[in-house]
Structures are given as structure tokens and as C-alpha cells.
Design a protein around this ligand. Structure first.
Ligand SMILES: [Zn+2]
Ligand SMILES: [Zn+2]
Length: 137
């Protein structure tokens, strides 16, 4: 199947910050680290990674620079009006952009293949659909 023409729109809750994501993502992953728990206010974060050239950004964002649980630096972009974090860049992967899966909200996205910081995972978040993915503490 040729999916190079697939286009998905990610947007913040109020809609002024929008990303057009072309083609398929490189990977989808889940992160249970405390930074992601605080950022989302939920039990884990799920990020969809694209190459930077696959994504065009419209609208205004503010930046929060964070140092993650393992010391990696990240630049989180959020909407100054509704506060949704929509995308981020990690210093360790400068050629990539990570997009919050909930901002895309497209159920055709591939399943996550990795689940990291499982040592901080809420124990009740065991998901049968993800039994075969790679798990990392
Ligand atoms: Zn917004
Ligand atoms: Zn995380």
C-alpha cells in the first residue's frame, strides 16, 4: 500500500496551533516517565515521531525546555491559549519531531512498538493489545 500521500492534522485543543503531517510516522512509542506524566496530567505519554521535513507547523507556540528523567534535553511546544502540548524536539534526535498522539487523534496510526520507563509505569496500565511490543525500564 502506498501511504506516502497520507496526511494527518495534529492540533491543539483550541485549534490555532496546527501541524500537517505527511506520510507515515517512523514510530509510535509510549513513555511512562514522570516528566511525561506531569506534562500530560495522565499516566503516560504517547508520541508519534516523524522526520522534521514531513511536518509543517502553523500557528503560535511557546516553548518549555525540560530535562527528562535520564538527563536528555527536550523542547516542548505548547499552545499559549489552551496550553495543549502538541509537539516537541529532543536534543538526542535533532532530525525528528515528536507529535502528541492525542493531538492527531487518528485511530489508523500504527500501534506503539516501544514502551519505555516501565519502572515508573502505573501497574494497572497493562494493555493486552500491546503484549508483544518491546518493554524497557
Ligand atoms: Zn490552542
Ligand atoms: Zn517521558
Amino acid at each position: 500500500m502506498d501511504t506516502a500521500g497520507t496526511e494527518r492534522i495534529a492540533r491543539c485543543e483550541c485549534g490555532q496551533l496546527r501541524l500537517r503531517c505527511l506520510g507515515e510516522p517512523l514510530r509510535v512509542s509510549m513513555c511512562h516517565c514522570q516528566s511525561c506524566q506531569r506534562r500530560t496530567g495522565s499516566v503516560f505519554g504517547v508520541q508519534v515521531r516523524f522526520r522534521r521535513e514531513q511536518v509543517s507547523i502553523e500557528g503560535e507556540s511557546r516553548v518549555f525546555v525540560r530535562t527528562g528523567d535520564s538527563g536528555g534535553r527536550g523542547e516542548l511546544h505548547f499552545c499559549p491559549h489552551c496550553a495543549s502540548t502538541v509537539f516537541w524536539f529532543l536534543d538526542a534526535e535533532p532530525e525528528l519531531i515528536a507529535v502528541a498522539i492525542g493531538a492527531i487523534g487518528d485511530h489508523s496510526l500504527p500501534l506503539p512498538l516501544y514502551s519505555v520507563y516501565e519502572s515508573r509505569r502505573f501497574p494497572w496500565t497493562d494493555m493486552p493489545a500491546l503484549a508483544d511490543i518491546e518493554h524497557y525500564d
